[in-house]
Each structure stands twice: as structure tokens, then as C-alpha cells.
Design a protein around this ligand. Structure first.
Ligand SMILES: Cc1cc2nc3c(=O)[nH]c(=O)nc-3n(C[C@H](O)[C@H](O)[C@H](O)COP(=O)(O)OP(=O)(O)OC[C@H]3O[C@@H](n4cnc5c(N)ncnc54)[C@H](O)[C@@H]3O)c2cc1C
Length: 456
């Protein structure tokens, strides 16, 4: 009997136990689990589960030479998010000896970032979401994990990185940039900006939850109606909060969904009590009594206890740029994940791989598998199959596979209430993307099979 692990949220399917809640009897083998079964915790499909391998890692014996004296120069990974730890785990499957150093500006706890927007639905604090601390990760990976350490500069000619105050430097044999994406800060004025929270990592989440508890928050204003804004709207409604959300575009998930599908999500969230303001921009957040007053550029105001800003993320490119590494929307790489600097690779949310910036988990897992082999001496190009994204709005489940930017074609939409099936096809009838809401999400597997690979 084996166990399978969800790569997004870490949920484990144990063949011995099955999943009786969904009618899957104890003893059901993974291949007999229905193809359309979705992870009960985060909603991703069977293809996002991996066979769980027991990591058998021996402790470094005390009499061994220090790692720095071994033949190989270390592999250094900057970042300990799903990308950094993901590639480290893959690398260790192929190479258990080369010294490995991970450096992170946060506390190095491993966690699944997508779970940050389901904390109230699942009643999970930041501590609940943390899977392992940095020390345990170091032991598991037979690596050194440097926490609360910012990499300030990369000297690509001498293969050195400078850390912290730039007084310490370390040499790398191969370097991986897995520095993630940063939140976009909208230009907002006012005297209460300390009450505007962005949630992009576990430490942010801890701050946000503490502020909610400390201030007895009852009502939240959310800036942004995209993926993170809608997920937070649904999650906070589930947590019993009042929510008003603002987005300058015309409907929910405006950059991902055609209008009818976005309106279905809006209707479902409104029926749970959300209020949306589509069209205006937020201009100011000011103190008002114990809470805040949010001013919009159409003259309206929203009174709330606290504000969440969720206007999107963009790849972190500053470190690469300052080090002379080519960047465009992200850190530019080829399909081997090589950047323009020798022995420097990039992956995860910070990377632009073969022209694609995909700030989701499935692409970074594909990149981690390929790069793990490349770093171990077996050059392997990354392939991206079609990778639909599940959006965690249980009021109206959404699965979307957006057409590539610039793709030529048209949307056709079939809708029944909040169940919308939208397909984007070219003139020859080939499916290039789709968006599904409500009950129509059941068509995901069939449509996914029709989609072309993103990077074949
Ligand atoms: C609320 C939320 C919900 C999401 N839901 C989903 C979902 O349902 N499905 C999905 O596919 N995707 C989802 N995503 C996106 C997904 O979580 C990300 O694509 C993924 O976690 C990115 O991982 P990463 O390792 O590339 O970046 P990060 O997790 O951001 O890690 C970056 C790391 O780099 C470190 N770092 C940065 N700069 C430096 C420096 N100069 N020196 C040292 N260290 C540095 C940071 O400390 C951190 O350790 C969601 C994102 C959010 C915010």
C-alpha cells in the first residue's frame, strides 16, 4: 500500500485508508481512484499528487571533513519557498554528496503558500501551516539553511554571492535563484497605511492574523478582485467577516476569466454577503474612529476595520538585474532554466522560462524536477504540459487554463446559473484555453486532454 502526496497542500492519500468521505473505500489503489477526484483540501486534481517517497537521509558523521573541503563547490539556492525547497528535494534524489546551501530572507519554515488564502475556512494559523522548521529541513536535505539572510549581490564572474551586510561572501559551483514574486503596491495615500496588509508569505500571514485578532476585526476591505482577492473574500466570508472588495475592472478574476464566468463568481460571493465595487480605484486609506475609511476615485467611501491589498504579484528581478543577469518580465531562462550568467539558474515565481511567466505551483514543480537532474549532472529541459489552475472559491469553484497571451481565437460560453463553461478556440476549432465555474468544473479533465502543451 503506498501513499500519495498533494504537491500543492501536502494532503496525503493513503491507499490503506482510502477516502471514505468521497466514497473511496479503504484499500483503494491510487490507479483506481476516480480520475476526476479532487484534493479535498485544496481542490487540485489527481495529476497534482506525487508518490510519497520516504526521504532516508543519514546524519553527517562527526568525523567527516567539513563540506567546504569536499571536491565539489556547493550548489547554492536562494529562496526556501516551494521552488527553493522543491528543487533541493529533487536534487537530493540524484546527488546526496555535493554540499548544498539554501539562503532565505525569511525564517525558512516550509509551508504551502496556496494555503494562506484558506486559513479561516480551515481554521489554520501560521503555526498550523508551517510543516517543518529550517533546522528540520536542513537535516532532511543534508544541507545548510541560512535564515533571515538577504543576498545582496551576485558576482557572476567569480561565482561569489554576498550576503546580509555584504561583509560575508560565499563561493558557488552552481546557483539557483528561487526568490519568488513580490506584491504590487498600488499608489495609495492616507494616514492609515499601516492597516493595509498584503499576504505573500507565512510571516505576512502571521502579522495579518494577529492584527485581526488584536483589533477585534469584523469588516475587511479587499483591494483587488483577482485570484488572491477573490480567494481572500471567500475565506473571510467563511470566517464570519463582512467583506467589501474593490477592483478597477468589471468583474471577478478579470484577467483570468471571460465576463460571464467572472460574473458567476461575483454572484456566488455576493450571495454569501460580499459587496463589490467594480470600476473605481482606491486612492486613500485614512483612520476613522477605531477603523479606517477607504476612499475611491468615484467619490465613494468604505468603512472597515482593516484592509487587505491583493492587486497581484510580479517576479522579483532586482537582485538579478543588479548582478547583470538578463531580465524581462522575470529572470530570463532557457528550458534548461539557465540564465544569461554561467552556472546561474532561475525557477519558480521569479523566472521567465522560454518566454512564460507562470506564478503557480504546477510549473515550479515541473521546473524543480528538471533542474534537480541538471544540477546533478544530467542536463534536462523542462516541459510544461497544459496546467489548469484551480481557484479556491468554494462558493463557486473555478478551474481556468488561460489561453497564451496573444493567442488568436474566440470565447464561446455556455451558462446555466453560476455553472459556466467557456472555451477559447482558434479559427480551426482547436481548444487553446478554458474557464469553468460551478458544476461545469467537472469538464476539466476532458478539456485538459484537448489542450496543447505550454512547452512541449
Ligand atoms: C495567497 C496565495 C494563494 C495562492 N494559491 C495558489 C493556488 O491555489 N495554486 C497555485 O498553483 N498557486 C497559488 N499561489 C501561487 C503559489 O503559491 C506560488 O506560485 C509559489 O508559492 C511560489 O513559490 P516560490 O518558491 O517561487 O516563491 P516564494 O514562496 O515567494 O519564495 C521566495 C523565497 O525567496 C526568498 N528571498 C527573496 N529574495 C531574497 C534575497 N534577496 N535573499 C534571500 N532570500 C530571498 C524569500 O525569503 C522566500 O524564501 C498562491 C499565492 C498566494 C500568495
Amino acid at each position: 500500500m503506498s501513499k500519495w502526496e498533494c504537491i500543492v497542500c501536502g494532503l496525503i492519500y493513503d491507499e490503506k485508508e482510502g477516502w471514505p468521505d468521497d466514497g473511496i473505500a479503504p484499500g483503494t489503489k491510487w490507479e483506481d481512484v476516480p480520475e476526476d477526484w479532487l484534493c479535498p483540501d485544496c481542490g487540485v486534481g489527481k495529476e497534482d499528487f506525487e508518490l510519497l517517497e520516504e526521504e532516508v537521509v543519514e546524519d553527517v558523521p562527526h568525523h567527516e571533513e567539513p563540506v567546504a573541503d569536499k571536491v565539489h563547490a556547493p550548489v547554492v539556492i536562494i529562496g526556501t519557498g516551494l521552488a527553493g525547497y522543491g528543487v533541493a528535494k529533487e536534487f537530493r534524489k540524484h546527488d546526496s554528496d555535493t554540499p548544498l546551501i539554501l539562503i532565505t530572507s525569511d525564517d525558512g519554515r516550509s509551508y504551502s503558500k496556496p494555503m494562506l488564502s484558506t486559513g479561516y475556512t480551515k481554521n489554520t494559523t501560521a503555526n498550523d501551516l508551517a510543516q517543518l522548521d529550517a533546522g528540520s529541513m536542513a537535516k532532511m536535505l543534508k544541507a545548510s539553511v541560512w535564515t533571515m539572510t538577504r543576498v545582496a549581490e551576485i558576482d557572476t564572474a567569480n561565482q561569489m554571492i554576498k550576503v546580509g551586510d555584504a561583509q560575508s561572501a560565499i563561493h558557488y559551483g552552481k546557483l539557483v535563484l528561487a526568490v519568488g514574486a513580490e506584491v504590487i503596491q498600488p499608489p495609495i495615500g492616507g494616514d492609515a497605511l499601516e492597516k493595509v496588509y498584503s499576504v505573500n508569505d507565512l510571516l505576512d500571514y502571521d502579522d495579518f492574523r494577529s492584527a485581526v485578532e488584536k483589533n477585534g476585526v469584523k469588516k475587511v476591505c479587499i483591494i483587488g478582485g483577482g485570484l488572491i482577492g477573490c480567494e481572500f473574500t471567500n475565506d473571510l466570508l467563511n470566517g464570519g467577516f463582512e467583506v467589501e472588495a474593490v477592483d478597477p475592472l468589471g468583474h471577478c478574476l478579470p484577467t483570468l476569466l471571460p465576463e460571464q464566468a467572472g460574473k458567476a463568481v461575483q454572484a456566488a460571493l455576493e450571495s454569501k454577503g460580499a459587496t463589490f465595487h467594480f470600476g473605481p480605484l482606491v486612492t486613500e486609506v485614512n483612520h476613522a474612529g477605531e477603523g479606517v475609511r477607504v476612499t475611491l476615485n468615484n467619490g465613494e467611501t468604505i468603512d472597515a476595520d482593516l484592509v487587505v491589498s491583493a492587486v497581484g504579484v510580479r517576479p522579483r528581478v532586482a537582485l538579478a538585474q543588479a548582478s547583470g543577469i538578463d531580465t524581462n518580465r522575470g529572470v530570463v531562462t532557457n528550458r534548461l532554466l539557465e540564465t544569461s550568467a554561467p552556472n546561474v539558474y532561475a525557477m519558480g515565481d521569479c523566472a521567465e522560462v522560454g518566454g512564460h511567466v507562470l506564478v503557480y505551483v504546477a510549473p515550479l514543480m515541473a521546473a524543480a524536477r528538471a533542474l534537480g537532474k541538471t544540477l546533478a549532472g544530467e542536463p534536462t529541459e523542462v516541459s510544461y504540459p497544459a496546467m489548469p489552475v484551480t481557484i479556491k472559491t468554494p462558493a463557486c469553484p473555478v478551474v481556468v487554463a488561460p489561453p497564451a497571451p496573444g493567442a488568436q481565437g474566440e470565447w464561446t460560453v455556455q451558462a446555466q446559473g453560476n455553472d459556466v463553461q467557456a472555451e477559447f478556440r482558434d479559427a480551426a476549432g482547436n481548444l487553446l484555453g478554458f474557464a469553468l465555474t460551478g458544476e461545469a468544473t467537472k469538464a476539466k479533465l476532458a478539456l485538459q486532454k484537448e489542450l496543447p502543451a505550454i512547452l512541449a
